[in-house]
Design a protein around this ligand. Structure first.
Ligand code: F6R
Length: 608
């Protein structure tokens, strides 16, 4: 989704804005622009395309030169990607950048037209806000912003400059995330911390309806009602290297390699004397015993982590779990009751549909638990309980390490719940926990073992028009993620299917040479899965089988075998994920795609 940045300080503002926007590229965008005060006048440069296109344009046409301004990467919602629809947008005295959607922009536009404001240049909802600010501007910027905020509906974050308030940047947030970085004698605005980490690790989280005024290298905050606010300064616990490629060709492969550390950092503080202990997250054995039903709600990859969670929690803790896509759950009037637990999984903590689920839970008597990677994000703050995953910043659009740590939390939760409910003994719980503790080393071993094979096998996938992922039980839950990973970055159509369901329709798609990736790590289901693999093989499929190092797979069932270390079968998804990530990664690389920024996708989906 769109990225917002802003700067006030002694540095070259254009340079800071462009460098900060580059750090937000992962969010996805189709155009970019900046507005900078130059000799007291607002200079705008913007274009459709990448930030490099903006830089080329500024080299040709002149680069705004000053020390305060705002910048934007746009992911088109209202109006096609074009120069004119790019942000910033201006009224006569006000220039803004905007992330999110203004739902009532049509009626506001009509109001402006009725009041003889007809000079609209673009198709965007953003320009309507710029014009509205301009319409109400009476020389008091904060009063004007407050007035407009009362009129607009939707989810948004705004960066604003007023022509008669040089060297000052205003920022406001409703739903869409925004932070304010505090350096020495300089201040920043950004949609996310990676944008400013090069300059400062200290930042404030802007809350719903708060207005930030950045001036003279410092910031003050006020509420929608005009009250001054004191805010807590946070410090990022990671550095610039975490947001850089550090010699890797892409963020995705760097993040795949960061998984052992991410898992270790996530689970270590939650294990005490060999047993899971989630008390630091406000989750006690008594609480875990109290739930009748569990709902896991999320989007995309995070929802797939929830699918694995369902299988594991039901299998070990014997509690019924329903997994839902957030955009469906929020509108289907779900039967949530007292003593139920609703778990929301989200890397960003800002996904609009997942966030909306929290409102649904309120008043039902159920408890909400957020499993979130980004500290202080909306979902983390609004849920009753939160377990932070410690993956560090995930920059590649295709999620890898965030999924892996979400899995690790699902296991911790399942083990502690099972033990609390007396479904497993202390000894069994210790055994499972110790296997989880060994996971970082096992993931590292797996990466080393399968990397070359995955690179090679991916060369067999690049010409495919379509392929299937199949598996049973946990392997099926996992194959959903394998399939999504491949399609989102390779652009090859792919479906995941429960292997036993193939015969009920989908097997008719199988023809000569069609790749079928079978995940077969569940020993208890191995024979059945192998039969399904043979069925597709007999119909001409090219079969790629992911299984443990000892699995007995007939050579004639698999064209390619990818063997991973063997663990307790319940924990195998964490290892089997690795070859699926690598297959997707290398297929995308071999196709020459933009691996980290796949087309049409945004990292953080802050609108519905
Ligand atoms: C795919 C991917 C997405 C996200 C989904 C939810 O690789 O990353 O499917 O998982 O958009 O995002 P979060 O986890 O931020 O709520």
């Amino acid at each position: 989704m769109c990225g917002i940045v802003g700067y006030v300080g002694p540095r070259d503002c254009t340079e800071v804005l462009v460098s900060a926007l580059k750090k937000l590229e992962y969010r996805g965008y189709d155009s970019a622009g900046i507005a900078v005060f130059e000799n007291g006048k607002i200079e705008v440069a913007k274009t459709k395309g990448r930030l490099s296109d903006l830089e080329t344009k500024m080299e040709k046409e002149g680069k705004p030169n000053g020390h305060a301004g705002i910048g934007h990467t746009r992911w088109a919602t209202h109006g096609e990607p074009s120069d004119v629809n790019s942000h910033p947008h201006s009224g006569r005295r006000v220039t803004i950048v905007h992330n999110g959607i203004i739902e009532n922009y049509k009626e506001l536009k009509q109001f402006l037209i009725d009041n003889e404001r007809t000079d609209f240049l673009s198709d965007t909802d953003t320009e309507v806000v710029a014009q509205l600010l301009d319409f109400y501007y009476d020389g008091n910027p904060v009063r004007c912003i407050r007035k407009v905020l009362h009129e607009i509906r939707g989810s948004y974050a705004l960066g604003i400059v007023f022509a008669d308030r040089p060297e000052t940047v205003y920022a406001v947030r409703c739903e869409s995330p925004l932070i304010v970085g505090q350096g020495t004698g300089e201040v920043f605005v950004a949609s996310d911390v990676p944008a400013i980490i090069k300059y400062t690790k200290d930042y404030y989280l802007l809350e719903y309806g708060e207005i930030a005024v950045l001036k003279n290298g410092s910031v003050h905050f006020c509420s929608l009602h005009g009250r001054m606010i004191d805010k807590e300064l946070h410090t990022a616990d990671w550095d610039e290297d975490s947001a850089e490629k550090c010699g890797y060709p892409h963020f995705m492969i760097k993040e795949i390699n960061e998984q052992p550390t991410a898992v270790k950092t996530t689970i270590t503080p939650r294990i005490e004397n060999g047993l899971p202990n989630l008390e630091e997250c406000g989750i006690t054995p008594e609480i875990l015993r109290s739930f009748n039903n569990i709902f896991i709600v999320a989007c995309g990859t995070a929802m797939h982590a929830g699918m694995v969670g369902k299988y594991v929690i039901e299998k070990i803790a014997r509690v019924s779990v329903t997994v839902d896509i957030a955009s469906e759950f929020r509108y289907r009037d779900p039967l949530i009751g007292e003593n139920d637990l609703v778990i929301i999984i989200s890397q960003s903590g800002e996904t609009a549909d997942s966030k909306a689920v929290l409102n649904l839970v309120k008043g039902t008597g159920a408890k909400s638990l957020a499993i979130v990677n980004v500290k202080g994000s909306s979902i983390a703050r609004e849920a009753d309980m939160v377990i932070y995953t410690h993956a560090g910043p995930e920059i590649a659009v295709a999620s890898t390490k965030a999924y892996m740590v979400q899995l690790s939390v699902m296991y911790l939760l399942a083990f502690e719940m099972a033990f609390a409910k007396g479904k497993i003994s202390e000894e069994q719980c210790r055994q499972l926990t110790s296997e989880l503790v060994s996971m970082p080393a096992k993931i590292e071993e797996t990466i080393g073992k399968v990397l070359d094979t995955c690179q090679y096998v991916s060369t067999k996938l690049i010409t495919a028009d379509s392929l299937l992922y199949i598996g049973r039980g946990l392997d099926y839950a996992l194959s959903m993620e394998g399939s999504l990973k491949l399609k989102e970055i390779s652009y090859i159509h792919s479906e995941s299917y429960a292997a036993g369901e193939l015969k009920h329709g989908t097997i008719s798609l199988v023809e000569d040479g069609m790749p079928v990736i079978a995940v077969a790590t569940q020993n208890s289901l191995l024979e059945k899965t192998v039969s399904n693999i043979k069925e597709v093989k007999a119909r001409g499929a090219m079969t790629i089988v992911i299984c443990d190092e000892h699995a007995d797979i007939d050579r004639d069932a698999a064209d390619y075998l990818i063997r991973i270390p063997k663990l307790n079968e319940t924990l195998m998804p964490m290892l089997a994920t690795v070859p699926m990530q690598l297959l997707a990664y290398y297929t995308s690389v071999n196709k020459g795609n933009d691996v980290d920024k796949p087309r049409n996708l945004a990292k953080s989906v802050t609108v519905e």
